[in-house]
Structures are given as C-alpha cells and as structure tokens.
Design a protein around this ligand. Structure first.
Ligand SMILES: Cc1cc2nc3c(=O)[nH]c(=O)nc-3n(C[C@H](O)[C@H](O)[C@H](O)COP(=O)(O)OP(=O)(O)OC[C@H]3O[C@@H](n4cnc5c(N)ncnc54)[C@H](O)[C@@H]3O)c2cc1C
Length: 501
C-alpha cells in the first residue's frame, strides 16, 4: 500500500495549529513529515474565544493538561450561553450544557415540566438545569465522576484567548516534529493530469512540496477556492448577518462562567469573559445597519473600558460545496462559516480533523473516502445551521426591519419539521450523531417561546400533585448543589490562574 509521506498545512491560525497538533499526536515524523506554512505578515483572524464541551475531547485526545492549558490561554469555564432579548425584548434564557431535570420512565423531562406548567407551575425550565442555576449564581465546580452525584450533571467548555490557544498548540506540534515555515504562499502548482496539488511556492523562491494538503488559510481559502475552484454555498438568506466588529474591554465585576449573546436592532452582541479581559463583538447585517452605527452600539454596551479600536471583519454564512477536493481538505474558515452564536466554529474544525483521521487515506485517495468525508461535513454544517437559524426565525420581535425579515423569512425544511414536531407533539429527536442534544434544542425552543400545545399523553395522565412534588425536589436539590459550589472567580484563582507556572 502506498502511503502518504508529506503532509502540508497552509495557514497557522487555530485551524492550522489544531490540525498540526492532532496529526502530530498520531503520526511518527520518521514516517510522515508535517510542514505548516504561515505568514506573520498576514496574521490570523484573532477571534474565536468561546467553545462548546466537545473541545475537551479534542484536548484529551492530545493529552493536554487542563490546568496548564487554561493558565496558558487565559481560559475561564463556560456553563452555557445566556440569550437576552431574542424571542421578545425583555426575554432572557440560558442554553446550558447540562440536561434539565431527570428523565423519568423513559420519558423526556420537559414533558413533566409542561404538565406542571399546565397546572400553574411558574418555574422556567432552566431552574432544573444544574449548569444554568450555577451560571446564574456565578458558581463553578468540576463534574463529579460518580454518576449518582448531582454534580455529575456538570458539563462545561472554555472561554479562552484564541491567539494563545494557537500558540500553545504550535509549541505542542513543534515538539512532536512539525516543521513551521514562515512565508507567503504565492503559487500552487498542480499535477498536469490529476490536478492534485504538488507544492506551495513561497515568496523569496522557497518551495514546500507535499502529497496531501490542508487549506487552513482562513477566509482567503487559497487552495480550495483560488486554486481548486470549489464554489461556496451561500446561506445568507437564512443567516443574513455579514459583518462583525470585535473589541476587548476591561472586566467590571466578577468573572462569570457563561457567554452572553444580546440581540440588538440588526444583529447581536457577544460578551465572553477570559481571565484578563472581556471579549466583545457586534455581529450585524450591513443591509440593515451601517458600520458607524454598529461600532457606536458596540462601544456603548461594554462592561468596562474598551482596550483599543473595534476591528472589522466581513463574512458570508455558508460552506464549501465540497470540503475535500483532489488531495486537499479545507479546515476552518476556508471550509465555511456560521456566525458564532452557539460557538461552533472551533467544534467544526475539530470535527473536520477527527473525521479526516477516522478516514485516513492511503496515497490513492479513494473517491469513496472523499465522498464520505464531504457527506459527513455537509450534514454537520446543515445541522448546526438549523440550530442557529432557530434563534433568529423563532422571534416575535417586530420592532426593526431586521427582525421583521428574520421573523418572516423562509426556513430550511429540516428546521420547520423540528419546530412542528415540538410545537405539536413536544418531541425532539437527534438525527445522525447530531451535535446539539435534545436538552439543547428544548432550551432554545422554549427560550424562543415555542411552547408545545400538549405534552406526552402518558405524563398528561399522571396526577398533578405527584409530578409537582418530584419536580420541586429536583429544583431544590439543584439550587442547593449550586449554592454549595465556590464562585467561578475563586475556582479559577485556585485552579488555573493565568500566567502562573
Ligand atoms: C467575528 C467572529 C467571531 C468568532 N467567534 C468564535 C467563537 O466564539 N468560537 C469559535 O469557536 N469560533 C469563533 N470564530 C471562528 C474562529 O475565529 C475560527 O474558526 C478560527 O479562528 C479558525 O480560523 P482559521 O485558522 O481558519 O483562519 P485564520 O485565523 O484567519 O488563519 C489563517 C492562516 O492562514 C495564513 N495565510 C493566509 N493566506 C496566506 C498566504 N498567502 N501565505 C501564507 N499564509 C497565509 C494566515 O497567516 C493565518 O496563519 C469566530 C469568527 C469570527 C469571524
């Protein structure tokens, strides 16, 4: 069997260094060389601070020490996302990483909650999620490995400095034999018959040849688009935001263990607390708001003093028609972009890398392997898209032209089906290893005021008092468990203070 011998990664942002780190943890450098080409002059996008719990699996696969990694990247813990003003102005809900309550007799918890609500229950569903309760109280502790403990419900991710994360992974990859080459890619020759990429030709006349390439060049998409001509599938009719302004600010108040996403008049604003500053950004649609107005709105809504001028980024929501073409896989922003409302970009990078590894080809690059990779990544992007579109489309807001557009826009059939199934039958199903679990869908559907008209008929037949009693004991247990946790700030100070050895 002919094997791949020379892997070349174009680009050294989070995507490039995550790819390099993962491959170097698996491949012997004596067997397969890995070279990464990046240009300091071009630099990286420099945003991407919020993650979802799957990033822990990636770090574990690399064998990273959590405390060391968190100290090196200014990381904090994240228990979920708080959404403000989305369904209606004045609304607030948390999409937590943990489940709500406990499923009973094989029936999803939210049915019991709906039954209780129909009988006059007042508590929002998030009062039954340990992560949501702890997040609201600014508390944190690590999950208890004992599955009988309530603290085993804790699921978390990180907020971190994306530039420091890439730097950390660079040190990891270089220690495992990855060669970094500084320079600007100028030409990419192709084999005359196959069209496969042969080498990256850099400024100053250097050349890096390879038999397999990763395009991690960000929005430039140098290999997959400029050389291989793979078109982009534009999803802006469902996700119309196309601009971002990002600026960090000083902390004001305690370090909170969650991301906040606040809906604005033509988009939304994020707030992401890392240890040494708060990351902020305003995502908006240029057709509905000018850049100056967007910048003024961002700066008027910071928790503390801005640390610099807002940085502008333009984008189009969507993905590459094929993620793997010829002998090149696009990973990161070159593969596609969905706005960071649910912090999914780093996850999609990780998924691209893991799926490639699980399909690792020999040098013949079988067409069936390429096809499977493309099918899987397309499904991943579509499923994440539906979840994000839900936040915009399931709104009652009619106070601005942007929200009127979102409220009345056509939505993908797959999402329409999911909403109908929930609204009319209180059911949510997870298809094809879908990223977002049932509790995530339930949190956002209810948070956006899509409340089922009926609950599971078996639950509906249960006596109201018995359901009320078991829900109340769960709610009190969650509240007590959260109360007993240390504050997130104290936990960070003890566990992983930035800059400490
Ligand atoms: C506004 C915004 C907010 C985001 N927030 C989040 C978030 O909260 N969570 C999350 O998971 N993700 C987020 N993301 C996505 C995240 O930033 C990216 O997915 C991630 O940083 C990966 O970027 P990248 O490595 O693909 O591209 P980049 O960081 O742009 O890196 C591209 C690399 O290619 C190199 N390069 C390009 N052209 C050449 C050339 N000609 N020669 C040599 N080198 C070249 C550059 O030097 C650089 O090293 C956000 C993105 C945006 C736009």
């Amino acid at each position: 069997m002919q094997r791949l011998r020379q892997i070349v990664i174009a680009g050294g942002g989070s995507a490039g260094w995550m790819t390099a780190a993962a491959l170097s943890s698996l491949l012997d450098p004596k067997d397969v060389s890995i070279t990464l080409v990046e240009s300091d002059e071009i630099g990286t996008i420099g945003v991407g601070e919020a993650t979802i719990p799957d990033v822990i699996n990636f770090n574990r696969m690399l064998g990273l020490n959590e405390q060391e990694f968190m100290k090196a990247t200014n990381a904090t813990f994240k228990l979920g996302i708080e959404f403000i003003d989305w369904g209606r102005k004045g609304d607030a809900y948390i999409h937590p990483f943990s489940v709500h309550g406990v499923d009973m007799q094989g029936i999803d918890f939210h049915n019991y909650w709906l039954h209780e609500r129909a009988g006059g229950g007042q508590h929002p569903i998030q009062h039954y999620s340990l992560c949501a309760v702890a997040a609201s109280a600014g508390k944190f502790t690590l999950p208890d490995p004992n599955p009988r403990s309530l603290l085993s419900h804790i699921r978390y991710a990180y907020h971190f400095d994306a530039v420091l994360y890439a730097r950390y992974l660079r040190a990891y990859a270089e220690a495992r034999g990855v060669r970094r080459v500084e320079g600007k890619i100028q030409h990419v020759p192709q084999a005359p018959e196959s069209g496969n990429l042969v080498a990256l030709q850099l400024d100053h006349g250097r050349e890096v040849s390879g038999d397999f390439f990763f395009d991690c060049t960000g929005f430039r998409a140098l290999l997959i688009e400029k050389i291989l001509g793979v078109p982009y599938v534009d999803w802006s009719r469902w996700l119309p935001c196309n601009s971002a302004l990002a600026v960090p600010c000083r902390h004001a108040g305690a370090l909170l263990p969650y991301t906040r996403a606040t809906a604005r008049t033509a988009g939304w604003q994020w707030r992401i607390p890392t240890q040494q500053r708060t990351g902020n950004g305003h995502i908006y649609c240029r057709e509905f708001m000018g850049d100056d107005e967007a910048a003024a709105m961002l700066l008027a809504n910071l928790d503390g003093e801005a640390l610099g001028e807002p940085r502008q980024i333009r984008f189009t929501a969507g993905h590459r028609q094929t993620f793997w073409a010829k002998n090149c896989v696009a990973i990161g922003l070159s593969a596609g972009f969905l706005e960071p409302l649910e912090s999914t970009s780093i996850y999609l990078i990780q998924e691209g890398i893991s799926r490639f590894i699980s399909l690792f080809p020999d040098a013949t690059l079988p067409e069936v392997v390429r096809g499977e990779y493309n099918r899987h990544m397309r499904t991943e992007f579509e499923q994440v898209r539906d979840f994000i579109v839900l936040h915009f489309s399931a709104t009652e807001r009619d106070d601005t032209p942007f929200w009127n557009y979102c409220r009345t826009m056509d939505i993908p059939d797959s999402l329409r089906h999911k909403i109908s199934l929930f609204r009319e039958a209180a059911r949510v199903f997870r298809y094809e290893e879908e990223l977002f679990s049932r509790p995530s869908w339930v949190a956002v559907l209810l948070g956006q005021n899509i409340v089922p008209t009926r609950c599971d008929p078996i639950v509906a037949a249960l006596p109201q008092a018995a359901v009320r009693e078991s829900l109340e004991s769960m709610r009190v247990a969650m509240a007590n468990a959260a109360q007993a946790m240390p504050s997130h700030q104290d936990f960070i100070r003890r566990y992983c203070p930035a800059g400490a050895p």
